[in-house]
Design a protein around this ligand. Structure first.
Ligand code: SF4
Ligand code: SF4
Length: 408
């Protein structure tokens, strides 16, 4: 039994197999097979821990059919933390039946910023030459490779200096955690975050040596790698005397906030901070006229329990905010899930696209770059012209930072 599974024994023994979690599981809703239900995963973890079931390829596959969206953990009347149990069980299967490609990408490359940068450069070059598109159309590469879209010509790290000073007198000194997806795919979100915060009176410090938040490693069962990343990142902030860290990525926010290594640092979701900074201010900025809706990232709504501040922010800056039916339902991205289970992921995404269309909104805002990537992919597939934006990109427009554009 792994140390992680044994630590969770009291939790998985609390599962009474009532099945309440089934009703909220997006993967079960999509494929209607009992083996993918949360309770089946809890039972599987229990069997793996006791050695009644072998940690083989089948167990690994069953555990991989989970978005770690936490809908089940929040729904469970016995407070079983299903997502933690799945993560711990994955750490066992990742050791017994390692996936070599996943190990090279997430453990060997993703944990080393220089190597990750170099690899991103190679991907960017291949995209530029059309090699990836050709590989996908010839079915030599999986269709999920089209998900991220084009990497940005320059990552955010190359565009933002370690210190961005507040405009006027500084009211606050903040650390900025730059996540990998924001860095490589959407540098305009990072620029928007730093410039908006500076305009609102914050000195923003982005330590040069920051690494990945550790989420891809947690998802793939590489728990030790995730812990080392958290330790290195918290050390980078502490060395600079930073006590408050903000991030524009809900997944990074949840991951670092839940790391014991960040215990002494206050981690804030960007929308929470922006509402705080804007409250009581006579902002006098231009408001967004077109209809806007909001998709709740699972890490923001279910992990951090934050649902009101992004809406407060949008209502503050938009004339026509529209609530989406099922706004907090997962979009089917789930980090590595969409790469491994593309068809299931697209089935879940189709429902989300239908909900977005139902609102008639011209912009869908969300606070996680992985959700932005997924929504953008779904809307393009459905030839839907709705643009996708991070709330900070909309606020940047209101504040006259016209160069900060939305994702489509
Ligand atoms: S995980 Fe919770 S909701 Fe699901 S079957 Fe077990 S006790 Fe019921
Ligand atoms: S975390 Fe989400 S996808 Fe995974 S079992 Fe629970 S509800 Fe289903």
């Amino acid at each position: 039994m792994t140390e992680e599974l044994s630590r969770l024994k009291d939790h998985y023994l609390r599962c009474v197999r009532c099945g309440q979690c089934r009703s909220v599981c997006p993967v079960f809703e999509e494929i209607r097979n009992e083996t993918v239900t949360p309770r089946a995963k809890v039972f599987l973890a229990h069997m793996l821990a006791g050695g009644e079931v072998k940690a083989d390829a089948e167990a690994s596959f069953n555990l991989s059919q989970c978005l770690l969206c936490r809908a089940c953990s929040r729904e469970c009347p016995s407070a079983v933390p299903v997502h933690e149990i799945v993560t711990a069980a994955r750490s066992l299967t990742s050791r017994k039946v390692p996936n070599p490609v996943q190990k090279i990408v997430f453990k060997d490359i993703w944990t080393r910023p220089a190597l990750l940068n170099l690899s991103a450069g190679v991907v960017r070059r291949c995209q530029g030459l059309g090699i990836l598109d050709l590989g996908i159309s010839l079915k030599l590469l999986p269709r999920s490779f089209s998900l991220p879209g084009r990497l940005s010509p320059r990552p955010a790290r190359a565009l933002i200096s370690q210190l961005t000073k507040a405009q006027g007198r500084a009211k606050m000194r903040l650390g900025y955690f730059l996540g990998c997806s924001t860095n490589f795919l959407y540098p305009e979100i990072a620029l928007g975050t730093v410039e908006v915060l500076s305009q609102l009176g914050c000195d923003v410090i982005m330590p040069r040596e920051l690494k990945c938040c550790g989420l891809p490693q947690l998802e793939t069962g590489e728990l030790n790698a995730a812990r080392s990343l958290a330790a290195a990142n918290s050390e980078s902030f502490k060395r600079l005397g930073i006590e408050v860290v903000v991030t524009d990525c809900a997944s990074c926010a949840a991951t670092i906030k839940e790391s014991p290594e960040f215990e002494r640092i206050r981690v804030m979701d960007l929308s929470e901070l922006l509402v705080e900074l804007l409250s009581g201010q006579n902002t006098g900025f231009t408001r967004i006229q077109k209809p806007v809706t909001y998709h709740d990232p699972c890490h923001q709504a279910k992990a951090l329990g934050i649902t009101s501040s992004p809406r407060e922010l949008l209502r503050l800056i938009c004339d026509d905010y529209r609530e989406m039916p099922g706004a907090s339902k997962c979009c089917g991205g789930g980090g590595t899930f969409a790469l491994n289970h593309y068809d299931i992921s697209m089935g879940i995404l189709n429902k989300k696209v239908a909900s977005i269309k139902e609102t008639g909104a011209e912009t869908v805002a969300t606070s996680c770059p992985t959700c932005i990537m997924q929504l953008r992919h779904g809307l393009l597939k459905h030839s839907c012209k709705t643009e996708v934006a991070h709330p900070v990109q909309l606020l940047a427009q209101c504040l006259g930072l016209a160069h900060i554009k939305p994702a489509i």
